[in-house]
Write a protein that binds this ligand. Structure first.
Ligand code: ADP
Length: 466
């Protein structure tokens, strides 16, 4: 007796670590991506703003060149005011004149604007002859501090002599408002995306669990199959022993004379026969499901296979008073099949026809069409309703009604039959009218597909296969 290994369903630690890493990593990457993008946009905007400030400054310095050279605040003031009015980004313009190598304020655009001039920046611009800029946070008049680009640039007269210095206060408030809005929106989108991603990940890990369970279930299923296969094999030998001893006892003259003992023996024999059928069916199901079934395909004449089957079931049909006919075709019906499996297919169908036909007849015949040979197994039995026909080829499906409940069976025969037919490139179908009869059709590709003249030959009765 083999012992079955124990299945332990334990959480997979590597899967768990993977899950945690993914849950941390993906939202972190999303956050990093958004913050990095925002930072890049801010840096590029600042760069452009600086350029804009320097450009504005040089335009303003050029415009004010003559007016500064005049050294008169009265001439300069209206020009400065006009500039600030026309360009709202410019918060203020301060003009310095040269006074014994010193820069002293000449005028400013607005008396309310607080001066945030930077003497070092001014000196740098003055001594290097270049415009210099810097970014500051300052309250230049509006009340709240804002980002200002402070640009200092020397102004030259037409002869190229430095005559003064201009400080320009260029506000970044408008751009900052836009970039604050963008940052705010991006952060909202980031949080939303992170929440959705987390939910998706959590859902994904539920699938993870399902896949682990599915794997375990498959293992359990395989164990079940192995167990069934092993148990069925183990059951086969005692059943054969019971059956053979029952046969031996029936032949014993002392027992043959005892009616009651005979009846008991017959019950033992029939019950062990039913048990054998069940075990055989279960073994077949397990072989099919585990794909352990092998097919020895070769060319066979279907007529001889069916003749054998009919001969086997003729005694049973006759004992029920049923007429069993096989309309045999004149020329060979060669199909490619495994002979034993083909025999099993038609045995199942003919045996069912005999089992489920209380009176009347069972006829078997062929039809050749489109290179295929169809075999009809037709009976005048209890029939099958439409709803039952739809589930007929399912595993363990049996129809229970007052006409079928006493008929022994496993509900596996038709499932096995369908699997065998399909694995040998065939098809099976059923047609039936309740209380009138059923017709099963098995179709195989034929190697001798010609239109044939049917001729009825009475089959020779043979004992059923052991
Ligand atoms: P079983 O071992 O019960 O016969 P099958 O898979 O061979 O299992 O058949 C499934 C069910 O289909 C049977 O229980 C029976 O009710 C129905 N059936 C099969 N063949 C016929 C038939 N020729 N006529 C009427 N009913 C049938």
């Amino acid at each position: 007796m083999r012992f079955l290994p124990k299945i332990i369903i334990s959480p997979d630690i590597s899967q768990f670590v993977y899950a945690v890493v993914v849950i941390i990593l993906i939202p972190s990457l999303l956050a990093f991506n958004t913050l990095f993008l925002l930072h890049s946009v801010q840096r590029d905007t600042d760069y452009e703003l600086n350029n804009k400030a320097l450009l504005t400054e040089s335009a303003v310095a050029l415009y004010l060149q003559d007016k500064i050279a005049s050294n008169s605040a009265a001439i300069l003031q209206p020009a400065l005011n006009g500039l600030v009015k026309d360009m709202p980004d410019i918060k203020a313009i301060e003009v310095f004149k040269v006074n014994q190598d010193d820069l002293t304020p000449l005028t400013t655009t607005s008396p309310t604007t607080k001066s945030v001039t930077d003497p070092i920046l001014n000196k740098l611009a003055w001594s290097s002859d270049n415009a210099y800029s810097k970014q500051i946070m300052a309250e230049v008049g509006s009340g709240s501090p804002e980002r200002i680009w402070l640009v200092a640039s020397p102004v030259k007269d037409k002869q190229g002599k430095k005559v003064g210095l201009v400080d320009l206060y260029l506000s970044a408030a408008e751009i900052d408002a836009i970039s604050n809005r963008t940052t705010h929106d991006s952060l909202i989108i980031l949080v939303g995306t992170m929440v959705v991603t987390l939910l998706l990940l959590l859902n994904h890990f539920r699938f993870f669990e399902i896949s682990i369970l599915f794997k375990k279930l498959n293992e359990i299923d395989k164990l079940k199959d192995d167990f069934i296969s092993m148990a069925s094999h183990e059951l086969k030998s005692p059943i054969t022993v019971i059956k053979s001893y029952a046969s031996v006892l029936t032949e014993n003259p002392a027992i043959a004379a005892d009616q009651e003992a005979n009846r008991y023996l017959s019950i033992i024999y029939q019950s062990s026969e039913r048990l054998r059928t069940l075990v055989d069916d279960i073994l077949d199901v397990s072989r099919i499901e585990q794909k352990r079934l092998t097919f020895k395909m070769a060319d066979y004449d279907l007529r001889s296979i069916i003749n054998e089957v009919v001969a086997e079931y003729l005694p049973q049909a006759q004992s029920k008073g049923l007429k069993l006919t096989y309309t045999i075709d004149a020329i060979p019906l060669v199909i490619s099949c495994d002979k034993d499996k083909a025999h099993q297919i038609f045995s199942n169908l003919v045996s069912n026809a005999v089992k489920y036909t209380p009176s009347g007849e069972i006829s078997i015949y062929h039809q050749i069409k489109d290179g295929k040979v169809r075999t009809f197994v037709k009976d005048t039995g209890v029939g099958i309703s439409k709803e039952n026909r739809e589930k007929l080829f399912s595993k363990f499906y049996r129809i229970y009604n007052d006409k079928t409940q006493d008929v022994p069976g496993t509900g596996l025969g038709l499932w096995i039959t369908k699997q065998l037919v399909e694995k040998m490139n065939g098809q099976i179908s059923v047609d039936s009218i309740e209380n009138q009869g059923s017709q099963f059709v098995v179709e195989f590709p034929s190697k001798s597909a010609k239109t044939l003249e049917p001729q009825t030959t009475p089959p020779v009765a043979k004992p059923p296969r052991a």
